[in-house]
Each structure stands twice: as C-alpha cells, then as structure tokens.
Design a binder for this molecule. Sequence first.
Ligand SMILES: C[S@@+](CC[C@H](N)C(=O)[O-])C[C@H]1O[C@@H](n2cnc3c(N)ncnc32)[C@H](O)[C@@H]1O
Length: 245
Amino acid sequence: MNEKKTRTGAAAPLSGRPDRLDWHGRRLGKKLRPGQKELLEKSLPDIRVTAQNPDPHFLSTMPNTPKQVWLEIGFGGGEHLAVQARAHPDIGFIGCEPFVNGVAKLMGAIHENELKNIRICDDDARPLLDAMVENSIDRSFILYSDPWPKKRHHKRRFIVKENLDRLARVLKDGAELCFASDHMDFVEWTLQHLLDHPSFQWQAQTASDWRNPPKDWVPTRYEEKALARGERPAYLLFTRLPRDT
Ligand SMILES: C[S@@+](CC[C@H](N)C(=O)[O-])C[C@H]1O[C@@H](n2cnc3c(N)ncnc32)[C@H](O)[C@@H]1O
C-alpha cells in the first residue's frame, strides 16, 4: 500500500506524486477475514493486471482466446462482473477497483464459481487505461460511479474529458460504453460530456431507451440499493465511433 490513510479510512489524495494521479476514494473498509486475506495474497497475483503489466494473459486460465474483452471500471464488490463472467465464459473480463474489500469480495466469487475469465486491476483504472493496448476492448461498464455531488468536487468525477479520451483510445470501433446512475445531476453531466466528445455517440432513440435497463442488464449492488429507496436510475449507452481511416 503506497498511500497514507486518513482517520475516516479514505485514502489521502496522492497529489504531488509524479507517478500517481489524484484519487479520493476509499482503499480499505472493514478488517478482512483470514480467508479473504489468503485469496488476496495467494490467488490475486495470478490474475492481476497493472499499469506495469497490463497484458491480461487470458490463455493462462481460459481454454481459448476470448471472443471479446469487456472492461468494468469501479466494480465495487464485483457482483455485476461475476454474474457477467459466469454468463459469458468465452469472454475475457478486466475489472478495476482500488477498494480492497471489494476486490476481496470478487476474489471470493471467482473462487466459489471457479471463474477463469476475470482479470483484476486492484488500483486506479486510469494508469491501466494509459498502458493498455489501443483498440482492444469490446464493451465497457461504468456503473454507479461516485457522483461527487458537491460542485467543488465535480472535477473528481470519473466522467471527465481526459478519462473519456483514455477510454476512447482502448475501445474498439463500435464498442459500447454502458453507464448507469441514480444521481440525476451526474447523469446530465455524463450525457453532456459524452455528447461533447467526438468519439462517442449516444444510442438512445426514445426516452424509454435511457429510462429502462437494456435486455441483458445485470443490476449492481448500488443499483439495488437505489431501487430499494424508490429511485429511478438512468441507463446511458454509447457507441465508440469508428476511427478516421
Ligand atoms: C459508488 S461505487 C459503485 C460500485 C459498483 N459499480 C456498484 O454499482 O455497486 C463506485 C466505485 O468506483 C470505484 N472507483 C472510483 N474511482 C475509480 C478509479 N479511478 N478507478 C477504478 N475504480 C474507481 C470506487 O472505489 C467505488 O468502489
């Protein structure tokens, strides 16, 4: 662990480090159980991808080259990622999440379900995105990303021009970006940023396209919490436009 923790458990911003970007989320929550610690120490290294070693090496555990590669940024406890990976064993998945307890939870699901097609970046997604092969991802998910509701914190939101540039670089032509949130100000912000970005096109034709989840939708933990509160999330799907030839 290479950052200080504050009293609230939030990671101290990593500003001033030439090799790291500012990141303001939590790294650690409740104490990990011994079984979780063991999975992190013994099994995570076999499926870890990092900015220094971004190649997912899917063939080390999958029988064939994955048909496609899907990426989830900020997977939380990995509930969505694990369900998708079970449903699509021929697709390779890369999940990014710096919150150690969330990574431990996903490691538990990988172990229990013997999932062979997941790779984990237990760190900020941004340096990984910069290190990944261009034009290599078929589908991406950013689900219930931290909305940072205070105006002075808006610049911490993951949806900013620099991160959309990063994503646009790694997404294949025609790849899909799936975004969902129950925070309407953040939804509007996201829509505006994506509409302003030259590499993305919004897929919606009618209001029901963003008001209702798409057919194969797998709800995340945050989505279930939002629905239980009676809130109505928005589902924004974008296509990565073809690069100029
Ligand atoms: C509000 S939670 C939602 C978790 C999950 N997607 C869900 O819907 O249940 C947002 C997650 O994004 C992660 N996150 C924030 N910034 C990130 C970044 N730069 N790279 C990777 N994950 C990030 C946080 O650690 C947090 O777990």
